[in-house]
Design a protein around this ligand. Structure first.
Ligand code: PMP
Length: 432
């Protein structure tokens, strides 16, 4: 453990990629800007493991940023995809599988009465916002500091994830007229939401929130917070959107809305429902969804939406995770990991705390025992995280390359992988 790994091939590939791809990556947070060094190029995934171009092996806690809840190359997903491959890749016309996936989603998340499939989480949130505006005939939207909802113009204001990692929470290229339609509130602070609704409630089309914030590390809602937002939206006729692109089928089988007992009007999904292929979805109350084209006047479309391969992988994934005890096992495994990390950090005298909901977790280098706010996340020791990240990497553990990302445990993580991670962390903590 801890011998410096050779990543000569990755280095070379990164060098050549940069010539043809901006920054050498197709999504900014892959670039290691948040931790220093260069990204690793992977050639294979096997269960809980990633294998890089230099044949180094890593226990993977990124899981393609959430979708791979079953781990890499789960046999049921691969078999379903192989069978679909022989039938064709895309028809641009309805298929049986789309209806099956939609039905399964509505069964698992009862607040979703009707659902439209798209190709990414960004498309899902963008379309949900348009729909909420069309439904309410209002323009203003409310989002929360540190929550990321994809790179939609009106939502890329004080966003989390890569926008935080790169230290540029806003983006050039967004007209001021667009961002002024967005109100930003602090996460987990119901008083500020109440005040905003008192002042401007009649103008607000929707509130969009990650019910468990997963793009400023992992921050669950405090007791009563989501209920408070639900009541404000109901009182003022605004649409409550849960962005469950990350939390859907990660926190629990019914998503965060089942954990906290709140019924949003619309829900956006992605990641797990594509099983590793590109998918997003938005759905909710029939009354709202009916406004969508072709039934209604809110336009939304997609050449590859409901793509047969993506839908097949998603459906197979949902069938696997619907098996009894799936989420109990995932939750217990994640608890075991976090308990072990906490014990080792405590023994090493490292100020450290964790958050968890289901198979999602956050680790914070912080003196605080309970992290519930964006400002607490921002006060964490990022320099220490960077050291920890590289020590873990050299010990064969692949964490998200940013202090502001959630970690994911998959069903493929077993005792061997958890123990390796804890041994790696023990050594890392002793060096911080
Ligand atoms: N919403 C949330 C909560 C997300 O975490 C993400 C991506 N991490 C998105 C939306 C955007 O999804 P995509 O990257 O598929 O566009």
């Amino acid at each position: 453990m801890s011998s410096e790994k050779s990543r000569a091939r990755s280095e070379k590939l990164f060098e050549s990629s940069q010539k043809f791809i901006p920054g050498g990556v197709n999504s900014p947070v892959r670039a290691f800007k948040g931790v220093g060094g260069n990204p690793i190029f992977f050639k294979k995934g096997e269960g809980a493991w990633l294998i890089d171009e230099d044949d180094n092996r890593y226990v993977d806690y990124v899981g393609s940023w959430g979708p791979l809840i079953l781990g890499h190359c789960h046999p049921a997903i691969i078999a379903a995809l192989k069978a679909q491959l022989d039938n064709g890749l895309s028809f641009g016309a309805p298929t049986r599988q789309e209806g099956e996936l939609a039905e399964k989603i509505t069964q698992l998340i009862p607040s979703i009465e009707s659902v439209r499939l798209v190709n990414s989480g960004t498309e899902a949130t963008m379309s949900a916002i348009r729909l909420a505006r069309g439904f309410t005939h209002r323009n203003k939207i409310v989002k929360f500091e540190g929550c990321y909802h994809g790179h939609v113009d009106s939502l890329l204001v004080k966003a989390g994830s890569g926008a935080l990692t790169l230290g540029t929470p806003d983006s050039l290229g967004i007209p001021e007229s667009t961002s002024t339609e967005t109100y930003i509130l602090p996460f987990n602070d119901i008083d500020s939401a109440t005040k905003l609704f008192e002042q401007s409630g009649n103008d607000i089309a929707c509130v969009i929130i990650e019910p468990v914030a997963g793009n400023m590390n992992c921050v669950p809602p405090v007791a009563g917070y989501l209920q408070g937002l639900r009541e404000l939206c109901t009182q003022h006729g605004a649409v409550l959107i849960f962005d469950a692109v990350m939390t859907g089928f990660r926190t629990a089988l019914g998503g965060a809305q089942s954990v906290y007992g709140i019924t949003p009007d619309l829900t956006t999904l992605g990641k797990v429902i594509g099983g590793g292929l590109p998918v997003g979805a938005f759905g909710g109350k029939q009354e709202i969804m009916e406004l969508l084209a072709p039934n209604g006047p809110v336009y939304q479309a997609g050449t590859l939406s409901g793509n047969p391969l993506a839908v097949t992988a998603g459906l197979a994934t949902l069938l696997e995770i619907s098996k009894p005890e799936f989420f109990d096992a995932l939750t217990i495994k994640t608890e075991t990991l976090l308990k072990g990390l906490q014990e080792r950090a405590d023994s090493a005298g490292i100020a450290f705390t964790t958050n968890q909901v289901g198979g999602m977790f956050g680790c914070f280098f912080s003196e605080e025992k309970l992290i519930t706010s964006f400002s607490q996340v921002m006060d964490c020791d990022v320099a220490r995280f960077k050291n920890y990240f590289h020590l873990m990497l050299n010990n064969g553990v692949y964490l998200a390359p940013s202090a502001f990302e959630t970690g994911f445990v998959s069903a493929a993580h077993g005792n061997e992988e958890l123990q390796l991670t804890l041994d790696a962390a023990e050594q890392a903590f002793s060096k911080l």
